[in-house]
Design a protein around this ligand. Sequence first.
Ligand code: NIG
Ligand code: FE
Length: 387
Amino acid sequence: MSTLVTGIGELVTNDPARGDGPLGLVARAALVVEEGLVAWVGPAAAAPDADARIDVGGRAVVPGFVDSHAHLVFAGDRAGEFEARMSGARYDGGGITSTVAATRAASDDELRGRLGALVAEMRGQGTTTVEVKSGYGLTVGDEARCLRLAAEVTAETTFLGAHVVPAEYAGRSDDYVDLVTGPMLTACAPHARWVDVFCEPGSAHAFDGEQARAVLEAGRAAGLQVRVHANQLSAGPGVRLAVELGAASADHCTHLGAADVDALAGGTTVATLLPGVEFSTRSPYPDARRLLDAGVTLALATDCNPGSSFTSSMPFCVALAVREMRMTPAEALWAATAGGAAALRRSDVGHLAPGARADLAVVDAPSYRHLAYRPGVPLVRTLDVGV
Ligand code: NIG
Ligand code: FE
């Protein structure tokens, strides 16, 4: 069974072999899908025959968004914390403990229902790959439970037992790190692909560089790959640690010094920027241009979570990246698709060259530029090709 998708006014392939910059644009394009994979890409006038045909009426088609950073397994609500922030309160990660209490008290079905609703919300806005972290259980049983639920919706599951020090370990953070690197890791590793840590020495709730190193090295020894919450609230060792350990991604990167930028530029670690956080915590945005000028690979993700960024919308993050971080519309779209794939070390998503997964998003506009040009307008939907 093959399907021809035609009438594409502007196709973004992210295939540099197309010779039109990193986005690999094709005008008046078509694409053939077979067995869920892209089988052919080119001008509509030269398209081969297929068993079925979908005409998108001149709209733009882009690779489905790859949201490489999200916290979707939780219960509870922190709208009050958000409201307080908008009146001047600062975000320091302390509110996470209230989500932990609500998550521990929730049934599997409640957590599964909320997780499914958020994934559906994402899909409805063009996201076709999402990473999901644990981090609101913080007991051996609850972390393993959250990861089992996450694995029901994605292969990109991340063990974040070292999100914050839970209340019952207050003042004993090293003991908690022993739990995370011991029995909790043993219970969680079978359900996770990645290990992550909130490395933020300036926060009373999170972990310092040595604790973060212990968590990441233990995770790596258990077969997990590394990603890091780094330099979100203040300068610190997180980004350099991520690069040193060969992490796939250092996420946030809001407070960087020259040594951090140099480390990223000299390594293979993607810098994942999460502008929904700066928007929702009313904080200064990361310096995307400095990173781009240094040659660092950037990803954009939502960080969807009930505290620092309760948005599931990649188009919103693209618009923020353009308006607030001065990325071009092309840089922002690339970071939200191919950049996210790089941050997850995936070569089958984030682009639409032959052989890639046929994860297509249709923009109800003639050009991908409208993603930033028309902020807040629900222009994007995923295209179900039915094969
Ligand atoms: O990526 N920084 C740590 N974790 C999340 C926030 C989680 C929360 O506030 O509930 C983040 O911003
Ligand atoms: Fe996060």
